[in-house]
Design a protein around this ligand. Structure first.
Ligand code: AMP
Length: 421
């Protein structure tokens, strides 16, 4: 490679820079705080796993596994993949660590980067970040589904995200869904000619996915198809009714969307999605649902499970669009020191102020007074602490409020007291 090559971040990946990273930190700290109030503990799983784990849990035929995974042969030739999501890893860890022996249900949350080779656009990246949670083991009581959803909404509310819309559906179980899928297949076959090639193919492979179609020309046909709500078995219908009742009880508004589906067999009953404003076409900010068969599919005991994943990139975009991003944090105090002899005092002042929690800029090189104030202004500092030889000699330091230019004299102890106020 020529030595003048300019390196760039790989397509679909991005650098997150200050001040935006302050917002990322706030979002993540809020997740830790809110989720722990619901009794969730953080789990950290590896960024890469055996390819088979994802293939088996997400499904060999899904786009994620067949087209979007970053898979490679390790040096010993095992196929490993960068994680495209974390639910499979969390279930693997649950089995590996015998967590079924813990008091049920086990409530875990995670955050971190995921990797999918999708076509990048606003809100869609190849390295993106998810914040998710899983409830594993115990019962499949509808109150659990509702509480998990309540927790996401509480998290969004705490962040000041407004206008998030919750879509809800039930996709039945192993007993009732196959019958509905057959009915759907039969109905779709009758109108096959009017459907696009993707949907035509899905009549055979996965008719439920036709309901996902965004194709304008198919919307009229889809509207006339049978709806799963009318075909749920009694236990599934009762579960769905109870989930809705439990959401009302918690003051969580929802919108029933019978077209919200998940194509894999181990998904069952509750599915949900949350749409956030200001995001354009990539507006889903959270997806979740019940997956009672997954742990068993991965070699564990039959285990109830429900979870969700929030797209952190999109959540942040939506907060920024709605003006909910906090203002960039500048410096509290800029120390304008003048004269070599004042430098030791400046260093000590910086340490005392930082120790008290203030953000301090201590210029490494002496600057002329005017230049120092200009620099302080550019950094968004609130105060300039002026330390000239007179100040150091008298022990009376000058504090300048940069917004209005007023000045006052303080001893070191008075200064800390004043700033703390
Ligand atoms: P999924 O794991 O596909 O159910 O996605 C859950 C959430 O992750 C979605 O609602 C999005 O907010 C987010 N997400 C999924 N894929 C991407 C991506 N390529 N870029 C950014 N966010 C994504």
């Amino acid at each position: 490679m020529a030595t003048n090559t300019k390196f760039q971040a790989i397509r679909g990946t991005r650098d997150l820079l200050p001040p935006e990273t302050a917002l990322w930190n706030r979002v993540e700290q809020t997740a830790h705080a809110v989720f722990s109030t619901y009794g969730f503990g953080e789990i950290r799983v590896p960024i890469f796993e055996q390819t088979d784990l994802f293939a088996r849990s997400i499904g060999f035929d899904t786009d994620v596994v067949s087209k979007e995974m970053y898979s490679f042969a390790d040096r010993d030739e095992t196929s490993v993949s960068l994680r495209p999501e974390a639910t499979a890893s969390v279930c693997r860890a649950y089995i590996e660590h015998g967590m079924h022996a813990l008091p049920a249900p086990v409530k875990l949350y995670y955050l971190g980067p995921m990797f999918r080779r999708e076509r990048p656009q606003k809100g869609r990246y190849r390295q993106f970040y998810q914040i998710g949670a899983e409830v594993l083991g115990g019962s499949d009581a509808p109150a659990i589904d509702a509480e998990v959803i309540e927790m996401v909404m509480a998290f969004f509310a705490k962040l000041g995200l407004e206008g998030a819309k919750l879509d809800l559906n039930s996709i039945g179980c192993r007993d009732c869904r196959p019958k509905y899928v057959e009915l759907l297949r039969a109905e779709l076959s009758k109108v096959k000619e009017k459907l696009g090639p993707d949907s035509q193919r899905r009549i055979e492979t996965n008719p439920l996915r036709v309901l996902d179609s965004k194709l304008e020309s198919e919307q009229g046909i889809i509207a006339t198809l049978p709806r799963i709500a009318a075909h749920l078995c009694d236990p599934c219908a009762a579960h769905y009714t109870a989930v809705k009742h439990n959401l009302v009880l918690r003051g969580v508004a929802y919108h029933e969307n019978w077209r919200l589906v998940r194509g894999l067999d181990y998904y069952m009953r509750t599915t949900f999605e949350i749409i956030a404003p200001g995001l354009g076409s990539q507006n889903a900010v959270c997806g979740g649902g019940r997956y009672d068969g997954l742990v068993e599919l991965l070699g564990g005991h039959p285990t109830k499970g429900i979870g969700f994943a929030i797209g952190e990139d999109r959540l942040i975009l939506s907060l920024q669009e709605s003006g909910k991003a906090p203002a960039a944090h500048g410096r509290d105090v800029y120390i304008a020191w003048m004269g070599e002899k004042t430098y030791p005092t400046a260093v000590r002042a910086a340490r005392a102020l930082r120790g008290a929690g203030f953000a301090v800029e201590l210029p490494a090189v002496e600057q002329k007074f005017g230049k120092a104030l200009g620099h302080a202004d550019k950094l968004g500092a609130r105060y300039a602490l002026i330390l000239g030889e007179d100040e150091v000699a008298s022990g009376q330091w000058t504090l300048k409020t940069l917004a209005d230019g007023t000045q006052a004299k303080f001893t070191e102890a008075e200064l800390l007291q004043y700033l703390r106020r």
